[in-house]
Design a protein around this ligand. Structure first.
Ligand SMILES: C[S@@+](CC[C@H](N)C(=O)[O-])C[C@H]1O[C@@H](n2cnc3c(N)ncnc32)[C@H](O)[C@@H]1O
Length: 214
């Protein structure tokens, strides 16, 4: 249940959902069962449309988890286009590999195992499209690294910028205080970055969009 969009709107949007791929539902169900945070389905629809509009040749995803967003992006990539996706959790990598194989999209997906903070500085490509969806404490550093490998005119998307509503809340549960602090600081940094035309869209858990303008 979204904490950003009113329940009535969420229910209405769900009634209009047009998803036919059983694998997508299977991954969503497993994520729910195992408590693995994945991109909200409606935000994923939005990002899929962004892939179709932007037609990126090379995508970088930071935070694969069990490959839900990876597969949703990859299924919209043109021939010979690739998504490099980075994940550090061994448990998630095992499941991601299983789902990538099942998706039949292995040729488009390059799963890189390791900590993105160590992996990104060694990447040999530049990217048209980056999706940042990792630990909130790492966002600032990963964002700076991302800007180095993002091409001019390319776009970076960042998930969870409204952080279940806590980014704008007056009272925050104890266990979310630290992560909310990171998100609030990150949002200021993201929205005021001179190299980006940035906006924050209240879809899913809040998606930041930054186009590299210089
Ligand atoms: C929110 S989940 C990603 C969800 C996925 N993008 C999706 O929508 O299906 C975040 C994932 O990022 C991974 N992660 C967090 N920090 C990371 C880092 N510094 N390097 C690599 N992976 C990281 C976590 O292990 C977790 O699996």
């Amino acid at each position: 249940m979204s904490k950003i969009v009113y329940a009535q709107q969420t229910k209405y949007l769900e009634s209009l959902r047009n998803e036919n791929d059983e694998l997508i539902f299977e991954i969503e169900a497993l994520a729910k069962e195992k408590n693995v945070p994945i991109l909200n389905w409606n935000a994923a629809d939005f990002l899929e449309s962004q892939i179709l509009i932007n037609k990126p040749k090379r995508v970088l995803e930071i935070g694969t988890a069990i490959a839900y967003s990876t597969i949703r992006f990859a299924r919209n990539l043109k021939k010979n286009c690739i998504i490099d996706t980075i994940e550090k959790s061994k448990d998630n990598i095992k499941l991601a590999k299983k789902f990538i194989k099942k998706s039949g999209l292995s040729e488009k997906i390059n799963l890189i195992q390791g900590d993105a903070l160590k992996v990104i500085p060694k990447l040999e490509h530049n990217y048209d499209f980056i999706f940042l969806d990792a630990d909130k404490e790492d966002y600032e550093m990963l964002f700076h690294y991302s800007l180095i490998v993002l091409k001019k005119g390319g776009v970076i998307f960042v998930d969870n910028l409204l952080w279940q509503g806590y980014a704008a809340a007056k009272s925050i549960p104890e266990k979310f205080i630290n992560s909310t602090k990171h998100i609030r600081e990150f949002n200021k940094l993201f929205m005021s970055n001179d190299f980006l035309k940035a906006t924050l869209v209240p879809i899913g858990d809040g998606v930041g969009i930054g186009i590299k303008i210089k």
